[in-house]
Ligand binder design. Structure first.
Ligand SMILES: [Zn+2]
Length: 247
């Protein structure tokens, strides 16, 4: 990236009044690191070494608590890049990863990366001990189907640990639905999130989850589900809620 473009990008994302730097423990790096906050949200809090945002630090922090025996676990992460994927690669027994691509069927490959649609995974039943995802399920049209598929590929006592943007209100707001003939219908003004993988750089959010996500997981067949918040170690208090569901 040319210096001029870099400066332009930095000027666009940095809120100078919020800019802070501190040295503190990074749960992903497992040691003290330089942290930066360039705006007032969890995505804008980063470890300068592993580049994890406060979202990644939160999920890894919870993973350390709920899966201390991770070195003996087969993991499936719904992304083939990023700080969580890199963390799992160094810690878990095996890591299977995938990306989503609308033009490729589950189990196929694109640019050497396995493609999976979480609504229809190609994996056998009971393939993994732990499944993880960050900020994926709000983009899945039929999330009930997706939760059922994660449940299916988990082994007995397996866990699903993930994040989605979660509001404190109870009820999930369905923003967009797919009609019976597969057309997108917006119930509310469409909301898009940044997508570093997709060609457009933006991805549609079908819903904004509320605390009833627990009910959705139990309805899908998980025996227990809870929302947990890392108690410490997340810089400037930007801990994110993490969902832990047990098969
Ligand atoms: Zn780090």
């Amino acid at each position: 990236m040319k210096v001029f473009e870099l400066i332009k990008k930095v000027k666009k994302i940095v809120n100078w009044r919020e800019l802070r730097i501190m040295i503190t423990f990074c749960p992903v790096c497992s040691c003290k690191r330089v942290m930066i906050k360039f705006d007032s949200n969890a995505i804008a809090v980063r470890c300068l070494s592993c580049r994890a945002s406060a979202v990644y630090m939160s999920i890894v922090s919870i993973l350390r608590e709920v899966a201390p025996e991770i070195s003996s676990l087969d993991a499936y992460e719904l992304s083939s890049r990023g700080p969580l994927f890199r963390y799992l690669i160094t810690k878990a027994k095996t890591v299977t990863s995938s990306e989503y691509c609308p033009d490729v069927a589950s189990g196929g490959f694109k640019n050497g990366i396995q493609i999976q649609d979480v609504q229809n995974l190609s994996y056998a039943d009971k393939s993994f001990d732990i499944c993880t995802s960050t900020e994926v399920f709000e983009h899945v049209p039929d999330d009930t189907k997706g939760f059922s598929e994660i449940l299916r590929v988990l082994r007995p006592n397996g866990i699903f640990v993930f994040t989605v943007p979660l509001q404190n209100a109870y009820k999930t707001i369905e923003r967009t639905i797919l009609t019976a003939n597969g057309e997108i219908q917006h119930l509310l003004p469409p909301e898009y999130h940044d997508d570093p993988i997709g060609e457009s750089g933006k991805i549609l959010a079908f819903r904004t989850y509320g605390q009833d996500i627990i009910e959705k997981l139990l309805n899908a067949g998980f025996t227990k589900a809870e929302i947990v918040i890392p108690e410490k170690q997340i810089p400037w208090g930007f801990a994110r809620q993490v969902v832990v569901a047990h098969r």
